[in-house]
Design a protein around this ligand. Structure first.
Ligand code: SAM
Length: 281
């Protein structure tokens, strides 16, 4: 007996019309639909006249349920995976099931469709040529700080997901880490009646939401660090100390004088000869 297929099906992120004809057909044809929240998905499936058996597949049963679903597919059943909104696996359950299905030699195919990060990126007006997607920032302060620190010098556009109750804290931390002047587009209620894509600086966004209550789910599209911003930061950092003080600071990190001058030359884009001349003065 040949085994079934796992279909990863993207579903709407708000507007029910945003689902592909292929996804609707596959959802009608499969033997079983695995959904993050079966009650939530029932509404969408009823809307499209889909009445297949539903099983839950969420963060808390992802290992046991994946094993069970793999077993069903090995017996020849076709399974579709959907999440509450958008593309499964993207900040949603699904990864474990895909890995286990592939390991078992089950064909896996993905039916493309809505994804909040792509929707936000395309309407933000911020460069979409190169970007990094961080999903939700970690909850733990230490882990958040590590992620934010790693984003400080990121030259590519940064895309984050955020829930309304954490938006204020996130905007404040982003402002502190990336600087208030950085461009951001706050995208909320995408594809819904009150869709909004608000362009601002991080400073403006943080001030706005200090007054205004965040509502709905957000995607933050943030401009990457420009070469000019980096140059400007380096220039003011250079001017904040004398050349000797910079040298001492570098050497206090355990570098020899020669290594410190080499590192300073690279960091501040100053030739080594110029640095030696300045230090001799
Ligand atoms: N798998 C989904 C996707 O493909 O985009 C993401 C699921 S994740 C659990 C939910 C987050 O996606 C929300 O907190 C929000 O950041 C973002 N999101 C989902 N739908 C959205 C919408 N209509 N407008 C703005 N953001 C949305």
């Amino acid at each position: 007996m040949s085994c079934g297929t796992l279909y990863i099906c993207a579903t709407p992120i708000g507007n029910r019309e945003d689902i592909s004809a292929r996804a609707v057909r596959i959802l009608k044809e499969v033997d079983l639909i695995a959904a993050e929240d079966t009650r939530h998905s029932r509404g969408l499936l009823d809307f499209y006249g889909i009445s297949k058996p539903l099983v839950s597949y969420h963060e808390h049963n992802k290992y046991e349920r994946a094993e069970e679903l793999v077993g069903r597919m090995l017996q020849g059943k076709n399974v579709a995976l959907i999440s509450d909104a958008g593309t499964p696996v993207i900040s949603d359950p699904g990864e474990v099931l895909v890995i286990m299905a592939r390991e078992a030699g089950i064909p896996v195919t993905s039916l493309p469709g809505p994804c909040a990060l792509i929707t936000a990126l395309t309407l933000s007006g911020i460069s979409a040529r190169r970007f990094v997607f961080e999903g939700f920032l970690p909850m733990e302060n230490k882990d958040r700080k590590a992620v934010l620190d790693a984003l400080r010098d990121e030259p590519r556009t940064i895309v984050l997901y955020e829930a309304p109750h954490r938006l204020r804290k996130t905007l404040q931390e982003l402002k502190e880490c990336l600087g208030g002047g950085r461009a951001v587009c706050l995208c909320r209620e995408l594809t819904k009646i009150h869709e909004e894509a608000l362009p601002a600086t991080l400073e403006e966004a943080e001030a706005l939401y200090r007054e205004k209550e965040p509502r709905g789910e957000y995607v933050l599209v943030i401009a990457g660090r420009s070469p000019e911003e980096k140059q400007e930061e380096m220039r003011s950092s250079w001017e904040s100390r004398s050349p000797e003080e910079h040298l001492q600071a570098y050497m206090s990190r355990g570098m020899t004088k020669k290594e410190a001058i080499k590192a300073m030359a690279e960091d501040f884009a100053i030739s080594r000869n110029t640095l030696y001349a300045l230090l001799m003065k």
